[in-house]
Design a protein around this ligand. Structure first.
Ligand SMILES: [Zn+2]
Ligand SMILES: [Zn+2]
Length: 199
């Protein structure tokens, strides 16, 4: 078995593109982020790592699909976490050793992209991201992940306001009350207008 960080780049990119549906700068970036993260943790074959590898992505964009395609992490397996901070970054965490590495796509890599004979900015980015030295493209940082993200206990409580069940300790406890995040003021939706079509 060849370690993911020793496999040919184009093979990895092909797998990412097959999953994502198109070739874009995000696929190239996602492949490079995955290779860097797995190498830093010494996880040679992330698909065989089971639930050992958890990736916390900070953005829902093209690169996230590449990370999922190459590592096998997924929301359903609870090995992919979307921490919605809007940054092109992902933290690769080894739940056994507790080591974690945050991989950030450097903003200062973008303006550096000039490819001779390629006027299309996206295509120039796609080409440049393949070959740019890793330390120009990415910034790696050893971090410690809040254990609540990695070992959420299998518990379920009911919100004292709406009564809906809340799993994995995602409730909010305030003033002796147990509330779901929606009832605690963090809702992402509001009831539709009273004249909307009935269900
Ligand atoms: Zn894309
Ligand atoms: Zn509630």
């Amino acid at each position: 078995m060849t370690a993911i960080y020793e496999r040919p780049f184009d093979t990895l990119l092909d797998e990412a593109v097959a999953f994502h549906g198109h070739l874009c700068p995000g696929q190239v970036l996602g492949v490079r982020m995955t290779v860097a993260g797995c190498r830093a943790l010494g996880i040679a074959d992330p698909r065989q790592a089971g639930k050992r590898l958890v990736v916390l992505v900070e953005i829902d964009r093209c690169a996230t699909d590449a990370i999922q395609a190459l590592t096998g992490v997924s929301l359903g397996k609870r090995t992919l976490k979307h921490v919605d901070h809007g940054k092109m970054a992902a933290t690769f965490a080894d739940t056994v050793t507790r080591e974690a590495v945050r991989v950030l796509a450097r903003d200062d890599a973008r303006p550096a992209v000039v490819v001779a004979g390629e006027p299309d900015a996206r295509r120039a980015q796609t080409i440049a991201y393949r070959t740019m030295p890793e330390d120009r493209l990415l910034r790696l940082e050893r971090v410690t992940v809040d254990p609540g993200w990695l070992d959420r206990r299998r518990v379920r409580v009911a919100c004292t306001q709406c009564g809906e069940g809340v799993n994995y300790e995602r409730e909010v406890r305030a003033g002796g009350r147990v509330l779901c995040r929606g009832c605690a003021g963090e809702s992402y939706y509001a009831p539709a207008a009273p004249d909307s079509p009935r269900l």
